[in-house]
Design a protein around this ligand. Structure first.
Ligand SMILES: [Zn+2]
Length: 271
């Protein structure tokens, strides 16, 4: 049995025996993958840091018949700014859960890794958390191939002349006021302002899944249109509601609870 090399971000760690921990990592090479870290309780163990969620590093892993075992590792990013800020840490945990529950194991998914890298960068900027959350959700939908095309009417191809836009949650598309189907219960209405927010989110999210943003300047370029729009919190909130409904319908029914539960868990910890 041999060794192999991975680069990735730790998503989750679970104790399996007294000082053994199973770690799930989002990697460049194998997508979401798992290995075991042994002897983490030993003070002198150099492997202890490798079980900390949101840490990024190079991992050198030994093949085993059951779960492969971490042999050596090197930290490349600590992401301490996320870990030390409770709200950011909760949000990062929420993002991790998408990858943990919805992505395939040991299947390379470079876009997902890029999205994580970029979102973690954004979490360490001044951009509002609710915008970052939407960027991630839309980015995830993009990777899954379920993100709708916003900005044009599904039926007539126009949109701009409409005051209101109607999001067909089940079907995926958007309708202008004139084309909207009569059965309204599955439609989510968006004001022109909210639709504009949605378009900006969609553009930025697609960019974040496609390219690794290396510089702060490049990141700002992608996000700047959103910062301007996000001043209007009403439209941000409205679009966010539609988006989570959409995620729930197309990804998993219990998604909205993930964040609530995490917030609750952190409150418990604070007591
Ligand atoms: Zn139309």
């Amino acid at each position: 049995m041999g060794y192999y090399h991975l680069h990735g971000i730790v998503l989750q760690s679970q104790d399996i025996r007294e000082s053994d921990v199973a770690v799930t990592v989002l990697t460049v090479e194998r997508g979401k993958t798992r290995f075991m870290v042994r002897g983490t309780k030993k003070i002198e163990s150099s492997l202890r840091g490798a079980v900390e969620p949101f840490t990024e590093g190079h991992f050198f892993v030994a093949e085993r018949r059951a779960l492969d075992v971490l042999s050596e590792w090197e930290r490349t990013a600590d992401n301490y700014d996320i870990k030390k800020n409770m709200k950011r840490a909760i949000l990062a945990g929420y993002f991790a859960r998408y990858a943990l529950e919805l992505s395939a194991e040991n299947e390379q998914d470079y876009s997902l890794y890029i999205l994580f890298k970029n979102i973690f960068k954004l979490l360490q900027t001044e951009l509002k958390n609710d915008i970052i959350k939407m960027l991630y959700e839309w980015g995830f939908l993009t990777i899954f191939g379920t993100a709708p095309e916003i900005g044009v009417c599904y039926n007539c191809g126009k949109m701009r002349n409409s005051e209101k836009t109607y999001w067909d949650i089940a079907g995926g598309g958007f309708y202008c006021g004139a084309c909207r189907p009569m059965a309204e219960d599955a439609l989510f209405p968006l004001s022109a302002k909210s639709a504009e927010t949605g378009e900006a989110v969609s553009r930025a999210a697609v960019a974040l899944t496609e390219r690794m943003v290396r510089s702060q300047k490049a990141l700002e370029k992608i996000v700047a249109p959103l910062s301007a729009i996000s001043q209007d919190s009403g439209s941000t909130l409205e679009f966010s509601k539609g988006l989570i409904r959409f995620c729930r319908y197309h990804l998993r029914e219990d998604i909205p609870n993930w964040l609530v539960k995490l917030e609750h868990a952190s409150e418990e910890r604070m007591k």
